[in-house]
Design a binder for this molecule. Structure first.
Ligand code: SF4
Length: 439
């Protein structure tokens, strides 16, 4: 049997699309290889959100040259966001002449056809289409999921926001919501198959339905309907743009026990001047009001965020406002990045780019501050009882995840079942893990 190996970079959207690529390949009779060396086809499902991601991908593509040399029939395909960029297919082919197929982020569902064409012609295929929008067909592609408990479900594709640093709207196109009935059916099927945590995916899930592609169903209605499905499961979603997180969604989150009390709410910066330059469409004050409202309705909520340091024009004072904001909000987790120029975005051409040494100092400092806050918050969980899904076990302990994503370890004092939720008393915080005991 022929084998495939897929390298995946970037966000949950890409992880889910890799599940679809795997589905297409398995339908064609391929099975998963343990490593790239054993594969007959290697796929790079790429990301271009940061320069560092692109550099890593280019390095990894280059590293398979010896495999291709030893295995002449090996097929190498590159797809996803990085491939979708203007002229990237030609650039990739020039740099790595052994690449056989390149296709864009919005053409995933045609991968099987591209493979057939390549196999019959054995000629380089460039299937990147500029301005190609998603079609509903992508949803019908079957997935091969690595995990039997956690499943992603796309509710929409693309983004309309054009944050000035971000390349996503250029490579993923405009927002397009899936029909609610198709989403409901997909979730019902996953629950019937035994999946326990369903994560609804979109670049900005809060604007679901605002494109007029649904029957009037908005995100709050979609969430509430799914949260009322039968079964013992947890419902999560990402990503939320703060400007579109409505009171209605907060109400639904608070009243539906199956909706996870965790929220990823990217703030990006704490200075209004920087937020404006980023085109984030909210102020620091509006963001903090939103956090207050969320905590009022759900005092138990765990929050996480994304932050960019060193955005063009960011002064020491602007940066200090970001520091103040993370100290004020106290996130359980923050994904902190240095700003990196993305070709074709507005911020690329902005003056006052921040020197790399300053960016490094700021990220280092902010990571330390955030680490301390996270440690304090996880220690504060000692003595609390939280709901945990057990997802693995070893000879000594059961291992699960709290709603905030933190690993929880439970000594095997009595028999529990992997795949079930339990109320766990947190008794310790040790080396980045929560230690619990069955309630
Ligand atoms: S909301 Fe902004 S950061 Fe998020 S994908 Fe859209 S443009 Fe990029």
């Amino acid at each position: 049997m022929k084998k495939y190996f897929i390298y995946t970079y970037g966000c949950q959207m890409n992880v889910h699309e890799t599940e679809k690529l795997a589905g297409i390949l398995e339908e064609k009779g391929y099975s998963k290889a343990e490593n790239a060396t054993d594969a007959d086809i290697i796929v790079f499902n790429t990301c271009c959100i940061r320069e560092s991601a692109e550099q890593k991908i280019l390095g990894n593509i280059g590293a398979i040259k010896p495999i291709k040399k030893a295995k002449k029939d090996l097929i190498v395909a590159v797809c996803g966001c990085m491939a979708q960029q203007k002229d990237m297919a030609a650039t990739l082919r020039k740099k790595f002449p052994f690449i056989n197929i390149v296709f864009g982020a919005n053409n995933i569902e045609y991968f099987g056809e591209y493979l057939d064409t390549y196999l019959s012609q054995r000629k380089f295929l460039n299937k990147v289409e500029a301005d190609k929008q998603y079609s509903e067909n992508i949803a019908s592609v079957s997935c091969v999921r690595d995990n039997a408990l956690y499943a992603y479900v796309n509710i929409m594709y693309g983004c309309n926001n054009f944050c000035t640093y971000c390349i996503v709207p250029y490579v993923r196109g405009r927002e397009k919501s899936r029909a609610p009935e198709a989403i409901y059916q997909e979730v019902k099927n996953l629950l019937a198959m035994g999946y326990k945590v369903i994560t609804l995916l979109g670049q900005n899930v809060n604007s679901y339905g605002l494109d007029g592609n649904t029957d009037g169903t908005n995100f709050a209605k979609l969430l509430e309907t799914i949260a009322n499905f039968d079964g013992d499961f947890e419902l999560r979603f990402m990503t939320s743009h703060p400007k579109d997180l409505s009171d209605e969604v907060i109400e639904v989150m608070a009243k539906c026990p199956k909706i996870s009390k965790t929220l990823h709410l990217p703030v990006q910066a704490g200075s209004n001047k920087t937020l404006k330059a980023m085109n984030r469409s909210y102020t620091k004050e509006a963001y903090l009001n939103l956090i207050e409202k969320i905590r009022e309705k759900m005092p138990e909520i765990t929050l996480s965020t994304d932050i960019i340091v060193g955005f063009p024009g960011e002064t020491d004072e602007d940066y200090q406002q970001t520091v103040d904001l993370i100290k004020q909000v106290r996130y359980h987790n923050a994904f902190i990045f240095m700003y990196s120029k993305r070709k074709g975005t507005i911020a690329e051409k902005m003056e006052n780019q921040v020197p790399i040494a300053v960016k490094r100092e700021r990220i280092h400092n902010l990571l330390e501050i955030q680490h301390e806050i996270s440690e304090q918050l996880f220690k504060e969980m000692i003595g609390k009882t939280i709901r945990v899904l057990l997802d693995t076990e070893n000879t000594k302990e059961y291992i699960g995840k709290a709603q905030c994503g933190k690993v929880v370890k439970i000594a095997k004092e009595k028999p529990l079942k992997v795949g079930n939720f339990y109320d766990i008393d947190i008794i310790e915080y040790n080396k980045g893990n929560l230690i619990g005991r069955i309630n």
